[in-house]
Design a protein around this ligand. Structure first.
Ligand code: URA
Length: 222
């Protein structure tokens, strides 16, 4: 009993305090930001959040390197343990855009989910996940808007069904709402969330307020 309480406390939400993160969130919020700029702001925000989230988390190896003036033991990212990046389509594509340039070794699996406008329930329209993930797989699950939490919870359930330990998942989001964060905390103790901002309100249509509107529509203009 005591153990599960301690585990719950391990669930972490990091609202990264960097001014560049605040800047890109503000660009995204502005309704006058055109689609092309919106998409690149989302990609920049993703780059910074991934950088923050992977601090002290990337597997490394040490080997000797000879520079032009001497030898040293040098640390590299281990190419045998790539980080698995899972963007939830379609808005997750923009937030995940720079993942492969931030991470020297990563592999991307796409997951397409949409939510019903009336019931707000998620459904899967594309699933490129393997049947089973390798033990210890480290996963960045990328969904820009954690609103009701229905989509992200369904996505994590899919990962759990495929053998993933939820303490090995980091969720990357642009803006989150308290109900979604509470759902994650209750369902997945030990999970970590890196977000650009936590906004207070979820309206009757399941949109985050003030938020940024529909992240997919604004990214792609369609
Ligand atoms: N999805 C979005 O794109 N925006 C929201 O505010 C909520 C869900």
């Amino acid at each position: 009993m005591g153990g599960s309480n301690i585990q719950k406390e391990l669930t972490q939400v990091v609202e990264a305090p960097h001014p560049l993160i605040k800047h890109w969130v503000s660009v995204l919020r502005d309704e006058n930001t055109p689609s092309s700029i919106f998409r690149s702001a989302m990609a920049e925000l993703g780059r910074l959040l991934i950088y923050e989230a992977t601090r002290n988390w990337l597997p490394t190896i040490i080997r000797e390197v000879q520079s032009p003036v001497g030898a040293s033991m040098a640390e590299f990212i281990n190419p045998k343990e790539p980080i698995l990046v899972i963007p939830i389509l379609r808005a997750g594509l923009a937030l995940a855009e720079h993942a492969s340039s931030v991470l020297p070794c990563s592999r991307t699996y796409h997951l397409g989910m949409s939510r019903d406008e009336k019931t707000l329930l998620p459904s899967i329209y594309l699933n490129k996940l393997p049947d089973k993930f390798a033990e210890g797989a480290r996963i960045l699950l990328i969904d820009p808007m954690l609103a009701t939490g229905g989509t992200i919870v369904a996505a994590i359930d899919l990962l759990k069904d495929r053998g993933v330990d939820t303490t090995q998942i980091k969720v990357i989001s642009a803006i989150s709402s308290p109900p979604a964060l509470q759902k994650l905390k209750t369902n997945f103790p030990g999970l970590q969330v890196y977000t650009g901002a936590v906004d207070p309100i979820l309206n009757e249509k399941g949109y985050i307020v003030p938020g940024l509107g529909d992240a997919g529509d604004r990214s792609f203009g369609t």
